[in-house]
Write a protein of this length. Structure first.
Lengths: 579, 325
């Protein structure tokens, strides 16, 4: 009897183990701690099956994404009927917003619900070209010193009050004074409102970035009659209060539980007729990407762009009932790189930096370390951006080339000690750092990984310039003026993270960026940024590693999924659910 | 009564010490919360970081910050969350109920089932069932709580899909109160079992050992000699003394239970204090973290005082001994 009982227990235990083992191969290295820092979030959350070897490492991002198996434009539900109104879209995200007022708070977590709650003057198509939204038309003055917006007439806020030029002026000035991206509206000298539906934005100098700065995630139009009440706007109770939140977007705020749930209901008087299609969007905060993946597999979760590590993405791609895509979010433009502290005596030598760049095989990193879920990066401008230059000088010739380069310069790598930091919350970045150390040791350097306990420790060390090299993850944020200039302008070495932490200083690059930042002619801007990227790649203040897409997974019933240049950081009034 | 009053006075001092110690430790940790907040915004602007530091009073000297905080706490103000931009008190109150529900269910499950199993096995210490329970107890005790949780999720939420993967409710459900309660109960099963199973093992082992000892005592022999029914001897006379160690341990373990809830709530995305604490640690949200630490230490102190009271109710000898002192 006793033996039988023990045998029964053993069988039960075995069953439990077997059931667990058969369930899946969860990625223990997934980024559960994702919500530490927005710039780092997309980092390792990519997937897809390993990308095919591509001789053209500079291939356009969207091309690469299309090649990736499992990618889909979002209509793979093969629905024959037209859009159907109604239904609830359940989005799960690891990202926790501080509040929902995008005029004073940037970041992914705020922008996803924020762009549903508030409309902006402009939308942007897949070519980064502006499209009408609250502004039905716009004109740029010949001298580039003013932008005139002609607003849609009849648009109202969620409380029924009309959306007027005064609200746009108030929103822009609020953003100019409070938004963390100071460069967006730095050139705005004044805003005129000649009538209720005309806004004239006067600029102190030509500032082409102002168009992208009027994207949904960057300039939400908020009601002056609610927020201009004398209260400190960053702490305003209506920034997330369901009892008083009034927006201008396609959805209203029905429920907000900090760090848990955001429930949005369709706004019946939205200024675009018959939109939104959905009755409701629920954004549920789920800290563990593995739970999100199971929810997607079970069909409970409709959509998510925070999938955790590469293994999670691949696991979802192997599921025929879930669509996984790398499309979208090109304007967010995350890029991971290995940046050098140019104040370090050894790394101030460009030959040393070029040798390190030669030793790093980006294809290997993307294909093997990231299981094909990232794509090699070649410059500091995201390949999805029209300002990306695909023809810059590239390195990665290998260990022997690196050794030869050093030998030609008379440098003995054995005399150089190097330590690599990385963002601690990122499992992939640790793998990058370990791989790079191995490569550098093969070249002959004395190299090691420097592990820090958490994000604040890393940020403090990098901001103080105490590091030698660090793996980093920086976002373009639409226009290069917003997210690219900050890394290279010599005047922006200001001792905080995500500025010019390398100490890079090249007057030619400064001049090119200054010109590009003040040039409205699109082709001329493209050319100026191309030149800047070329010079930067020759100087190698950092080695570009990869572009980690925002892998999104969704159910086939989700039609018109958010795969535009802003991805989920844009309004979802066109999203609908097939029956 | 004097004893309880003294305990309360000592407890207040203890809580003050906890506040000072926790505040100091958090202050000593490397890194800057202003950078974390700016990082959330994707901004590396010194002006923004300076504004954040000023808004949060982070530029003040340490002692000024500490003094201000202790003063605020004394007035019931736990500050504002850096992360959620909401008053800490509101955040904690919102999260308190889910944690109490989870911990209360897990404790009840563990104590009731643990004691019953313990008593049952004590009456038949050499039976196969008794040995089976021993094996089960050791297995439950030795499994890390997060691993148990993941195992249950994979088995019952992912593979057979009997229970939800995570959360406290189906966010799409819009039913009446009964449907909502059933939904919460459905979501509660896996996290409560996960949290309770490790304590179930302990309580069953503890009550088994205690009951074995009590059943050998003179007064039980006397009760049997008087011809009382065995069930009455066990459940009326022996059990009352046998559960004293269980009550003691349950009181002492309340703090551990809260820390276990931290892991369970994270695994199951249960919107309670544990998850809030975990988020706060990663985000350097000092006001929330301090608020939770103060609350949990207060609760532990209160539970221990209550344990004292329950002792006295269960065992008249303690009551009498205390009075004679």
């Amino acid at each position: 009897m006793r033996k039988r009982l023990l045998a029964l227990l053993a069988i039960l235990l075995s069953f439990a183990m077997l059931a667990a083992a058969c369930g899946d191969d969860d990625d223990a290295g997934g980024d559960a701690g994702d919500d530490t820092a927005t710039e780092d979030d997309s980092g390792d959350d990519m997937d897809d099956e390993p990308a095919e070897d591509d001789d053209e490492s500079t291939a356009d991002m969207s091309d690469v994404a299309e090649e990736a198996e499992g990618s889909d434009d979002g209509d793979s539900g093969a629905v024959d009927t037209g859009p159907v109104a109604g239904g609830t879209l359940l989005i799960q995200s690891t990202q926790v917003p501080r509040h929902l007022n995008g005029t004073v708070q940037s970041g992914y977590a705020t922008a996803v619900p924020g762009t549903q709650l508030n409309a902006s003057p402009l939308l942007f198509d897949e070519n980064f070209q502006p499209q009408p939204y609250l502004a039905e038309s716009w004109e740029i003055a010949d001298d580039g010193l003013s932008v005139t917006l002609n607003l849609v007439q009849g648009a109202v806020f969620h409380d029924g009050e009309p959306i007027t030029s005064e609200d746009v002026k108030f929103s822009l000035e609020t953003s100019q004074a409070n938004h963390p991206f100071k460069t967006m509206f730095a050139a705005v000298s004044s805003v005129d409102t000649p009538d209720d539906y005309t806004v004239v934005i006067n600029l102190s100098e030509p500032h082409p970035a102002i168009l992208l700065a009027m994207s949904p995630g960057l300039l939400p139009i908020i009601p002056e009659h609610v927020y201009n009440d004398g209260q400190e706007i960053k702490e305003h109770p209506c920034n997330a209060g369901t009892d008083c939140f009034v927006g201008s977007g396609p959805f209203t705020l029905a429920e907000y539980e900090a760090g848990s749930i955001i429930r949005l209901k369709a706004f019946e008087d939205f200024f675009i007729p018959d939109r939104p299609y959905l009755d409701e969007i629920i954004i549920e905060i789920v800290p563990d990407p593995a739970s999100i993946v199971i929810g997607l597999e079970n069909g409970d979760t409709d959509l998510s762009a925070t999938l955790g590590g590469a293994a999670n993405v691949i696991r979802l791609q192997e599921n025929d009932d879930v669509i996984v895509t790398a499309d979208g979010h090109a304007a967010v433009g995350p890029i991971q790189w290995l940046e050098f502290n140019l104040a370090d005596p050894a790394l101030s030598n460009v030959v040393v930096r070029q040798a390190i760049a030669d030793a790093i095989d980006r294809e290997f990193m993307s294909d093997v370390l990231d299981l094909g879920t990232t794509f090699p990066a070649t410059t500091g401008i995201h390949p999805g951006s029209p300002f990306h230059n695909p023809n810059t000088e590239q390195y990665g010739a290998g260990i022997e080339a690196a050794q030869a380069r050093l030998a030609d310069a008379g440098i003995d790598p054995g005399t150089i000690s190097l330590a690599i930091d990385y963002i601690p919350v990122s499992g992939s970045q640790l793998a990058y750092a370990e791989y790079i150390v191995q490569q550098l040791q093969d070249v002959g350097f004395d190299a090691e990984v420097n592990t820090l306990p958490d994000f604040p420790s890393w940020a403090g060390r990098v901001a103080a310039g105490e590091h030698q090299m660090t793996v980093n993850n920086v976002w373009n944020w639409g226009d290069p003026v917003i997210g690219v200039h900050r890394t290279y302008l010599s005047t922006n070495n200001v001792g905080v993270i995500w500025t010019n932490n390398t100490g890079y200083n090249n007057p030619d690059v400064d001049a090119l960026l200054a010109q590009a930042g003040a040039e409205f002619d699109f082709d001329t801007r493209v050319d100026l940024y191309a030149q800047a990227q070329e010079i930067i790649n020759q100087d190698v203040p950092m080695v570009y590693l990869n572009t980690p897409p925002f892998w999104q997974a969704f159910q086939p019933r989700v039609q018109n999924p958010p795969i535009g240049i802003w991805g989920q950081l844009g309004p979802m009034h066109e999203v609908w659910l097939a029956e | 009564m004097n004893h309880i009053t003294a305990r309360v006075a000592w407890s207040l001092g203890l809580i003050l010490a906890v506040i000072v110690m926790c505040f100091t430790l958090i202050h000593l940790a490397p890194g800057d919360v202003a950078i974390v907040i700016a990082g959330d915004s994707g901004a590396g602007d010194p002006e923004v970081i300076a504004e954040i530091r000023e808004d949060l009073g982070l530029d003040d000297p340490f002692l000024v910050q500490l003094g201000g905080y202790v003063g605020d706490v004394a007035q019931g103000d736990l500050g504002t969350s850096y992360r959620f931009n909401e008053p800490v008190t509101e955040l904690i109150v919102t999260r308190l109920w889910p944690t109490f529900l989870l911990v209360g269910t897990a404790v009840s499950f563990a104590i009731v089932l643990g004691v019953l199993v313990g008593v049952f096995t004590a009456r038949r210490p050499e039976s196969p069932i008794s040995h089976g329970v021993t094996v089960f107890s050791l297995t439950g005790y030795s499994m890390p709580v997060f691993w148990t949780g993941l195992l249950l999720v994979i088995m019952f939420a992912s593979n057979v899909q009997w229970f939800p993967v995570s959360g406290m409710r189906d966010v799409r459900l819009e039913g009446n109160w009964l449907e909502e309660w059933i939904d919460v109960a459905h979501h509660l099963v896996l996290p409560a079992i996960t949290l309770g199973v490790i304590y179930l093992a302990q309580y069953s082992r503890l009550s088994r050992a205690s009951m074995l000892e009590v059943l050998q005592s003179d007064y039980v022999r006397t009760a049997r000699a008087k011809g009382l029914a065995e069930r009455r001897v066990v459940y009326k006379h022996a059990l009352r003394n046998a559960v004293i160690p269980v009550v003691t341990v349950a009181g002492l373990q309340f703090g551990q239970m809260l820390s276990g809830a931290l892991l369970v709530e994270t695994v199951f995305n249960w919107p309670g204090l544990g998850r809030l604490a975990a988020d706060s640690v990663f985000q350097r949200d000092a006001p929330v973290l301090l608020g939770i630490l103060i609350l949990s230490s207060t609760l532990v102190v209160i539970i221990n005082i209550l344990t004292d009271v329950v002792y006295r109710l269960i065992d008249p000898r303690i009551r009498v001994g205390g009075a004679s002192q």
